[in-house]
Design a protein around this ligand. Structure first.
Ligand SMILES: *Cc1c(COP(=O)(O)O)cnc(C)c1O
Length: 360
């Protein structure tokens, strides 16, 4: 089965094999060595983060890492501006509310780009907004939010950026100081092509060493993980050992294949291939094509095509596609281009899409 949903992804044979590598105790030195090594390689995925940011690994889904980042780095005395144009941005506001952290939600239409003038005005109107939380690639639609512009605004105003890069880390550009990036949360099982269970947060070296905040949670208090992992190398709680093995192999494959920029190019080539075929069938994208990142695109369901029927037909052909979320559930279907997808798989996908969506 080829997974075209936005994580978990189809694993390479070597990553799948790594899941069964060994039985290891998470409190033995070999696991501490692996954890330290993975943290170092995660920071080294981006030249601009290497040396200036440090990673901690935790056992959770991507949402766990985002919530841990907000619990550990969003302020209690000042506030966080949450810019949301989809499910995941809105989820960050709900997380801040659950942790009773002061925040203001700048919500927008899910099909719209973040409104820079509105962000600028919100920050100018309230000097208490010292942090800004936003999603990099909003998986709800596939829009790559313009972090070059939002990050530049954060830097200009000295606002600390808290970034959900769960579906972009490893396949889109991520800057550090240029964006005034305080912390970024991501997961092993999307663009890095690892298995579900391992997630991580990178934060500025100074942010880790800054004054401890009450995280309002024991499990999600990343400073506890930092002290343990960057001390003796252990973690406060049992880690998903097989997912760490898989991440080890997945990061080796990412490096060997040319890093995040090469992966981005590979996803874009897949997306373009499918686009050419869908254009021919008259299937339209939800957003202008230039607004998508490399990772996922959303397409309007043709009139008379029910999502469930399309999904089942493609699943019988060996492909799992993804529905729209919330208000978009009956309007769109989504295809993600992450994971181990070969040329022949793409050929079969195009044939299956043409059969399912083409003239009867
Ligand atoms: C997948 C995803 C998440 C987290 O989802 P989980 O199901 O918790 O792994 C968060 N943000 C974005 C942008 C995502 O794509």
């Amino acid at each position: 089965m080829i997974l075209l949903n936005p994580g978990p992804v189809t694993l390479s044979p070597a990553v799948r094999a790594a899941l069964g590598r060994a039985d290891w105790c998470h409190r033995e030195p070999e696991f501490a060595t692996l954890t330290r090594d993975l943290n170092r390689r995660l920071a080294a995925t981006y030249r601009e983060l290497d040396g200036a940011y440090e990673s901690v690994l935790m056992t959770s889904s991507g949402s766990g890492a985002v919530e841990a980042m907000l619990a550990s780095f969003a302020p209690d005395e000042t506030g966080t501006l949450v810019v949301a144009n989809g499910v995941y941005g809105e989820r960050m506001a709900r997380m801040l509310a659950a942790h009773r952290k002061p925040h203001r939600l700048l919500g927008q239409e899910w099909t719209a780009a973040p409104d820079l003038a509105a962000i600028r005005a919100a920050l100018a109107a309230d000097a208490g907004l010292t942090h800004l939380a936003v999603v990099h690639h909003e998986t709800t639609t596939g829009r790559l939010n313009d972090l070059e512009a939002i990050g530049a605004l954060c830097r200009e105003r000295g606002v600390a950026l808290l970034l959900d890069a769960v579906s972009s880390f490893g396949a889109e550009r991520i800057a550090g100081a240029d964006w005034n990036l305080e912390a970024v949360a991501a997961t092993a099982n999307k663009c890095l092509h690892g298995a579900p269970g391992a997630a991580f947060v990178l934060a500025r070296n100074e942010a880790w060493r800054g004054p401890a905040r009450a995280a309002g949670s024991l499990y999600l208090d990343l400073r506890g993980y930092y002290a343990a992992q960057h001390g003796e190398g252990y973690s406060p709680f049992t880690q998903a050992v097989p997912a760490f093995f898989a991440l080890d192999q997945a990061l080796a494959e990412l490096a060997a294949s040319g890093g995040w920029a090469a992966r981005r190019a590979q996803y874009l080539a897949r997306a373009e291939r499918v686009q050419g075929m869908l254009d021919g069938l008259g299937v339209r994208t939800l957003l202008p094509v230039a607004d998508y990142g490399s990772v996922l695109r959303s397409y309007r369901l043709p009139a008379g095509t029910a999502y469930a029927a399309l999904h089942d037909r493609l699943k019988r052909a060996g492909f799992v596609i993804y529905a729209g979320q919330g208000q978009l559930a009956s309007a769109v279907f989504r295809l993600a281009f992450m994971g181990e997808i070969g040329g022949p798989d793409l050929d079969r996908l195009c044939t299956a899409l043409a059969r399912a969506l083409g003239p009867a």
